[in-house]
Design a protein around this ligand. Structure first.
Ligand SMILES: *Cc1c(COP(=O)(O)O)cnc(C)c1O
Length: 560
């Protein structure tokens, strides 16, 4: 028998996510979605919410990025040992996949709460002797493999995860699906609810919706999982009648977002602008907005943490007190920044041998390498870029992984390496391989400017600019996602272009802003720059945190 675990048994809210960044040395995440789930967990813990988190164990991680001689990405597996960080629980459930029984065992990872107690995370694992060899691999590699494997992973997460929490005897009242990957859990609830009537009876549907919360994250069409009903029939079998599924998830294809929308009573996008876009993509559903936030103590450099401590000792728990950051002594802010920047410069030297300069600004661009993030926007006009750097020099740091099957993203990485070589005599461009939580921490603290160039309206929220803001690093960004809410020109950073303008004008707008505003302030008005840094903390840092985000989910979505 499993020893009863008090943290587990107090859980009333279950949060399901395909990826969660549990801690820097556990690679069970790919990028922003997983980091957000991790920050959600960290704030749930600070606020002592009665939550349990559910994800796959992803023993082989997502991908460990190396750069080959041709500048191309090589993606290796990124294995970790669950036994070193979690303990197996004495429970097992089975799901049916392609007509076979697939057993799932849970690992229990505990995230320690600062005030005592802890938040439990269930890691689902199919690597068991009893399973067929192909089924053992289902939970090995996050987003690895083809469509069929993706569907199998979603069956383990949604159907297996729901069954697991029941097998563990948890009394879950609210089920939160972080993105559509977990939507099959709502189908399980639909089958299990003791309410009589057929599966599509209004009472039964209403009973499921009362319990389900859904957060959609993706304004990119390709970001929504869709499976053909042939594949679904093969893999999922007769778990649920196809007619019912078509009614809930789309006539032609099983659309996981639509399934989650149909079965959730509370739905949100992750920024005001994103909710607006999502309403257009899925008319007829009420889609609210809860803007993402970041976990403040996790992303604040220790030197800034020490300054915040002098402002208000409760800053980590109540980050809104950071609005007083505009009183911090200018010299102390600059000293903290120089310390963080020195550490970044040292990390770049250690990893690449390149010596960046402390007396020139570092502009950083770190995000998933994919088309809509436009990693090449800054290089649209090399002549113009050279002219700017000649007058007002700066240095550029780039990092980010491409999804293993995103050939376009991989091509960006190769071409960025080509660009760096071409510009070597004028502008230092350094690509740091292996962007992850640890590297992100160093970059968001040590950069001078945080650059963001998505193609609107495709950036759902974005969060790395919020992390930078906690360290006084201003954001230079296209108006999309969270930045529409945080932007105050020259006070929290700068906009590239205007709201809802023609994206073809963004390269020109970026050069103009760099040349006319950003670089002159850095090079010629240091006191002005430091006052800007303080405003960034006071206005952005105090507002866009996961503490506030979780207070909203708790009061508006969970306690509804
Ligand atoms: C914060 C973070 C992201 C998300 O950043 P965006 O601003 O949403 O692009 C991705 N990866 C890592 C490692 C991060 O820390």
């Amino acid at each position: 028998m499993t020893r009863p675990n008090p943290a587990l048994h107090r859980a009333r809210i279950a949060y399901f996510s395909m990826e969660i960044a549990l801690q820097p040395d556990i690679p069970t995440y790919s990028g922003g979605l997983g980091i957000l789930a991790g920050d959600t967990m960290r704030s749930a813990s600070d606020l002592e919410l009665p939550m349990v988190f559910v994800t796959l164990v992803s023993r082989q991680g997502y991908l460990r990025q190396r750069i080959g001689a041709d500048g191309g990405q090589i993606d290796d597996p990124d294995p970790w040992d669950p036994a070193a960080h979690a303990r197996p629980l004495d429970a097992a459930v089975a799901v049916r996949i392609e007509g076979r029984t697939v057993w799932i065992r849970p690992w229990l990872y505990l995230h320690e709460c600062p005030h005592g107690g802890c938040i439990p995370v269930i890691l689902l694992d199919t690597r068991l002797e009893v399973n067929a060899p192909e089924d053992r691999a289902i939970t090995d590699r996050l987003y690895g493999g083809d469509e069929a494997l993706r569907l199998k992973q979603e069956i383990v997460l949604g159907i297996g995860g729901e069954a697991m929490l029941r097998a563990l005897g948890l009394a879950i009242e609210t089920w939160h699906m972080n993105e559509g990957h977990a939507a099959l859990l709502a189908l399980s609830l639909l089958r299990h609810i003791e309410n009589g009537g057929d599966l599509l009876s209004p009472d039964r549907l209403e009973a499921v919706r009362e319990r389900c919360v859904f957060t959609t994250h993706t304004p990119v069409e390709a970001g929504h999982d869709r499976f053909s009903y042939e594949l679904v029939a093969e893999v999922l079998g007769d778990f649920i009648e196809t007619g019912v599924l078509r009614r809930l998830a789309g006539e032609d294809m099983l659309n996981m977002t639509r399934l989650a929308l149909s079965l959730s009573g509370w739905v949100n996008g992750v920024a005001a602008r994103h909710a607006e876009t999502a309403r257009k993509m899925f008319p007829g559903y009420q889609i609210r907005a809860v803007t993402n936030g970041v976990h403040v103590p996790s992303w604040t450099h220790p030197a800034f943490a020490a300054l915040f401590q002098t402002l208000a000792p409760e800053w980590g728990h109540d980050p809104q007190v950071l609005r007083r950051a505009d009183r911090l002594p200018e010299a102390a802010v600059w000293a903290a920044h120089e310390q963080a920047k020195g550490e970044l410069v040292e990390e770049v030297r250690r990893r690449t041998g390149v010596a960046l300069r402390m007396d020139l600004p570092i502009m950083a661009f770190a995000r998933r390498m994919t088309g809509y993030k436009r990693p090449d926007l800054l290089f649209s006009d090399i002549g113009r870029l050279r002219a700017i750097v000649r007058e007002q020099p700066f240095q550029l740091l780039i990092a980010g992984k491409a999804h293993p099957r995103d050939e376009g993203g991989k091509a960006f990485i190769r071409s960025l390496h080509g660009m760096a070589a071409e510009l070597a005599d004028a502008l230092p461009v350094v690509f740091l391989a292996g962007y992850d939580m640890s590297l992100a921490r160093i970059m968001v603290a040590g950069a001078d400017v945080w650059l963001n160039t998505p193609l609107p309206p495709l950036e759902a929220s974005g969060t790395s600019g919020m992390k930078a803001a906690l360290n006084g690093v201003p954001h230079l960004s296209v108006l999309d996602g969270w930045w529409v809410e945080a932007w105050e020109e020259g006070i929290t950073g700068w906009a590239i272009g205007e709201d809802r303008d023609d994206p073809a004008s963004h390269a020109g707008a970026l050069y103009a802003k760099l040349e006319g505003q950003v670089l002159p302030l850095w090079h010629r008005d240091r006191p002005g720059w430091i006052r800007l840094m303080r405003q960034v903390i006071a206005r952005t840092g105090s507002c866009f945190h996961s503490q506030g985000m979780m207070r909203r989910y708790a009061t508006e979505a969970y306690l509804r």
